[in-house]
Design a binder for this molecule. Structure first.
Ligand SMILES: NC(=O)C1=CN([C@@H]2O[C@H](COP(=O)(O)OP(=O)(O)OC[C@H]3O[C@@H](n4cnc5c(N)ncnc54)[C@H](O)[C@@H]3O)[C@@H](O)[C@H]2O)C=CC1
Ligand SMILES: O=P(O)(O)OC[C@H]1O[C@](O)(CO)[C@@H](O)[C@@H]1O
Length: 387
């Protein structure tokens, strides 16, 4: 079986590539990092190590790579593949959509065989977003043919894979935990299930539980940690006052998730505690600037902070911790992150009041807007008092 995977980065190699290889797929990575592509082509294998006391190592073999600019070879690989996956970042999907469309076009001309395409990104409806981007490159006739042959099931992916500091460029250190949930309702009845993947009849509760617990909590740790001058999540998680902020936000999203989807409260609380332990993993060194990266995406209306806070508001649940985390995200002024820079520019050009609305979509007369503003001023003062 053949899989084409876009994005041979941390999740690509450390999670999706590993799992697909273990399931018997030959994986062809598509990436724009020339050195990475060349190494994968030369070696045809790489190592994944579990961050735990045993440091278990796995060899992922029968892999190769194609540079993303080689559209003809990428299209050919897609035409022949049994599965296409991505882990490039949700904002990058638009840049790979054209290649996927060319691959679908070749496939429709050649075999016309069905194909499953799964976006493994931290976003609600990632594959659905990819589908509409891909369709914008297809004619109406091709779209109708694709509707019959190509499925784009949404998915939730969970495994912490920090920036790598290994001498071996291809080696990846990952946490042992993983969860990959795929929407079964969008798959053809004869789809050959991938071992290790959990297929859910309804993905929405899973993706929201994951994004609004793991990712909400993780970015809270990053933004509060950054404000206090910490470099790694492991250091941050040793600070009881910051852990209280992180857990507070996770409890707020938890209350909303429990009310909305009927999760068992005790079980959800255990889920939160397990995630806090995962953040603490002493065998990983996870930089706050990685976990806080792309703050505009993370503050956007459909993402891990604003969406659960607005749902909670509608359910009558107070969200002081989420408001404070959003304020901390607005103060994430890491100069090497283009989105962090853009936030600082927006705030200085328009003022914080208008910037909050522009970034989060929350209107000025909404009580959550007032709470974010208040928390912003207070965090800013605390920061200047500390310096
Ligand atoms: N690292 C993590 O712990 C987790 C990440 N994710 C999600 O997985 C996705 C990838 O994240 P990471 O692996 O951490 O990022 P990464 O930066 O390590 O990997 C992304 C890869 O995509 C490649 N890329 C960029 N533009 C491309 C293009 N036009 N064509 C082909 N390849 C391209 C990059 O060169 C890089 O190798 C993101 O959506 C992230 O939210 C999800 C769960 C966990
Ligand atoms: O690109 P994003 O959304 O920051 O993705 C990385 C996040 O995903 C996670 O792996 C959780 O699944 C965290 O490590 C990290 O916070």
């Amino acid at each position: 079986m053949k899989a084409v995977h876009f994005g041979g980065g941390n999740i690509g190699r450390g999670f999706i590539g590993l799992l697909l290889s273990q399931a018997g797929y030959q994986v062809t990575f598509v990436d724009v990092d020339q050195e990475l592509v060349q190494l994968l082509q030369e070696r045809g294998q790489y190592t994944v190590v579990y961050a735990g006391d045993k440091q278990e190592a796995f060899t992922v073999d029968h892999v190769t790579a194609i540079h993303g600019s080689d559209q003809a070879r990428v299209a050919e690989a897609i035409a022949e593949a049994d599965l296409v996956t991505t882990a490039v970042g949700v904002n990058i999907l638009r840049h790979i959509a054209g290649s996927i469309a060319s691959g679908i076009t070749s496939r429709l001309e050649q075999s016309g065989n069905p194909l499953v395409i799964i976006a493994c990104e931290n976003a609600i409806g990632g594959s659905t977003q990819l589908q509409s981007l891909v369709y914008s490159h297809l004619t109406e006739q091709q779209q109708s043919a694709a509707d019959r042959m190509i499925s784009f099931p949404d998915a939730a992916v969970d495994r912490i894979v920090p920036l790598q500091q290994n001498e071996d460029r291809l080696k990846v250190l990952v946490e042992p935990y993983y969860e990959w949930v795929v929407d079964r309702s969008a798959l053809p009845a004869d789809h050959q299930e991938i071992p290790g993947v959990h297929y859910a009849d309804q993905l929405q509760p899973y993706i929201e539980r994951k994004l609004f617990t793991v990712n909400t909590g993780h970015c809270c740790a990053a933004y509060h940690g950054y404000l206090h001058g910490f470099d790694t999540i492991q250091e941050v998680m040793k600070q009881p006052t910051i852990v209280a902020e992180v857990e507070g936000a996770m409890q707020e999203t938890g209350s909303a998730l429990i009310a909305q989807y009927g999760f068992d409260a005790d079980e959800h609380n255990r889920y939160i505690q397990t995630i806090l332990e995962r953040f603490r993993n002493p065998y990983l060194t996870d930089e706050v600037v990685r976990v806080g990266r792309s703050p505009i995406r993370k503050l956007s209306p459909n993402d891990r902070l604003v969406r659960p806070a607005l749902t909670a508001y509608d359910l009558g649940i107070e969200t002081p911790y989420l408001a404070k985390a959003m304020a901390a995200a607005l103060l994430f002024d890491y100069s090497e992150d283009p989105e962090a820079e853009q936030i600082q520019q927006t705030v200085s050009q328009q003022g914080i009041r208008s910037a909050v609305t522009e970034l989060t979509g929350i209107e000025e007369n909404h009580p959550l807007h007032t709470a974010i503003l208040k928390a912003y001023e207070s965090l800013k003062k605390e920061r200047s008092d500390r310096s």
